[in-house]
Design a protein around this ligand. Sequence first.
Ligand SMILES: Cc1ncc(COP(=O)(O)O)c(C=O)c1O
Length: 301
Amino acid sequence: MHPILSSLKSIFAPSPLSQITHPLLEQHHIELWLKRDDLLHPVVSGNKWRKLKYVLDHALSIGSDTLVSMGGAYSNHLHALAYVGRELGLKTIGLVRGEPGPSLTPTLIDLQQWGMELRFVSRSDYRLLRQYRDCQALPGLQAKQYWLPEGGAQAPALQGVAEIVAELDIDYDMLCVPCGTGTTLAGLISAAPPQVSVIGFAALKNAGFLINDVAAILPQQYDTWQINLDYHFGGFASTTIELMAFIEDFERQTAIELDPVYTGKMMFGLFDLIAKQQLKPGQRIIAIHTGGLQGKRGFTC
Ligand SMILES: Cc1ncc(COP(=O)(O)O)c(C=O)c1O
């Protein structure tokens, strides 16, 4: 690993694994554990470090001096990238979806403070950017500029995510994770023991395409995984009163904060499946807390 990245790596200790106690879990004889990647780092939390680590290693190994990527006005990915870029002494450019509002979001203010150059892109142009996946694929990229697609969805990301599995020191029957691009899910699938089922919970509506995307990024075929499409709550970053009430209740019961975009939806889905007796009693489930709590600043309740 590149020496600058190794020095940064030393601040990332393995994240804790906490057992969740909740009356519903007791009632249905399910043991639920949460891999607290939200505690990995105050800024680069959740799946961000996992996904970025080996992508950044590649960028540094080929002598890149600028990281270019894309995301929304509350993007966890751009937030982590801007911070890490600054720590690594790399320039960062963020292509931000939509027109700038009258004031910048708290996320965009952080990006600017960490030195990221913001370029606003119309929603239609933003959609087109999604086709460029390879690190050199973005048209107009200059020498030493390195392109990261939305959410950092590149093959080397799987290696970092696999390290979550390597850190798990108890046996388990199921792994659960929220899905945006499905890259984190793919990393878990690639590393999970063969008897473990891996379930992704899609955070966006009409996310059936994720099944192909995940299969495409996986190095081989696996038949131990599925993506649940039922808990999007109206679409990406949409919420309902029911979801927000669930999150509030979960936080009260466990003292663990969830974000409404990713982990809140996954946890709601998991609890709902348990309540509907769709998960076999006696199982031990490990869910991944993928962080994203900075994005909560976009929600008023
Ligand atoms: C907090 C959080 N959780 C989960 C995800 C989904 O990850 P992936 O895009 O790898 O499916 C993201 C997006 O990257 C995220 O920001």
